[in-house]
Design a protein around this ligand. Structure first.
Ligand SMILES: C[S@@+](CC[C@H](N)C(=O)[O-])C[C@H]1O[C@@H](n2cnc3c(N)ncnc32)[C@H](O)[C@@H]1O
Length: 275
């Protein structure tokens, strides 16, 4: 099986659209009359969910004439947030066909299809012209990608000079290997992490200028703790990113939290500019 097919099979389990619509109904939403906010608890497939996306988009601060690229756009939550909060045009690209189909379906249901375009494709071979976006971002995608230089070089190629690229991803921590399975990999062979300093170094190597680089472990750990307290008080939520991960989603998310808490992984966000 090719690497692309493995990634598609890892994330795309089948039946996702039906599972999401059923869960929305159980949570008291009308699937035929959804607001963008209804999707917030489930559509951001990364630590700290919608809060992390909101902060990332503040950095990019897109205007209505801005065209952003979301590399590895998942089910489209971050792209819809940029469109809904800022009126920005966003193109999302993702390797997993099922995620692309669900992203498009959700955009239609919340009335954001005019602003958000979703394409199936590979981040390592972006089907876009040089310098065709005002900015780009990628959240929790590169851990599936061994050739980081090729990944960052493609982002550099499609962003216009002066535009920002924000890379949010996990790095390898000093505490040992991640506890598997994690959301992005069931086994170590499918997990590709750089050391924290190597992320900005590799981004610089492809031509970006580093604007900011932050270790987000503390806010991530606080958010895991808040999440556990909420579950202890209110029970397991109906809507959550677990819906996107299949039956072992809860275990993979617990392991991801433990990996950050034990410094096995370090969530890093790098803001860089194409010069
Ligand atoms: C953890 S999910 C994050 C989705 C989204 N960025 C978010 O934060 O909600 C990782 C995503 O990266 C995508 N992905 C992994 N490797 C990719 C590649 N080479 N090209 C495009 N997408 C890829 C997967 O299909 C999956 O949707």
């Amino acid at each position: 099986m090719s690497t692309e097919a493995k990634i598609d099979a890892h994330w795309g389990k089948g039946g996702l659209a039906e599972a999401i619509l059923a869960a929305l109904k159980t949570a008291g939403c009308d699937p035929d009359n959804l607001a963008p906010e209804d999707l917030l608890p489930l559509e951001h497939l990364h630590g700290r969910g919608a809060d992390a996306t909101r902060e990332l988009l503040e950095i990019l601060s897109p205007g209505p004439d801005t065209h952003l690229l979301d590399i590895g756009s998942g089910v489209g939550g971050p792209a819809r947030m940029a469109a809904h909060l800022y009126g920005a045009h966003v193109t999302g690209i993702d390797l997993t066909q099922e995620f692309c189909d669900v992203a498009q379906m959700l955009c239609q249901r919340v009335g954001l299809s005019d602003l958000v375009t979703i394409r199936q494709g590979n981040a390592l071979d972006l089907p876009f012209a040089n310098e065709s976006f005002d900015g780009a971002y990628s959240q929790n995608v590169s851990m599936n990608i061994e050739d980081k230089e090729a990944f960052y070089a493609e982002a550099f190629r499609v962003v216009r000079p002066g535009g920002l690229f924000v890379a949010a991803e996990y790095a390898e921590g000093p505490g040992g290997a991640p506890v598997f399975p994690v959301p992005w990999a069931l086994v170590p062979e499918h997990s590709h992490l750089l050391k924290p300093d190597d992320i900005p170094r590799t981004l610089e190597a492809v031509g970006f200028e580093i604007v900011d680089c932050t270790d987000q472990s503390d806010s991530m750990i606080e958010s895991y703790q808040r999440g556990r307290e909420k579950i202890a008080a209110e029970g397991k939520p109906v809507l959550g990113p677990h819906l996107l991960m299949g039956d072992d989603g809860p275990e993979r998310r617990r392991n991801s939290a433990r990996s950050v808490e034990e410094k096995r992984t370090i969530p890093v966000q790098v803001v860089c500019r194409r010069v």
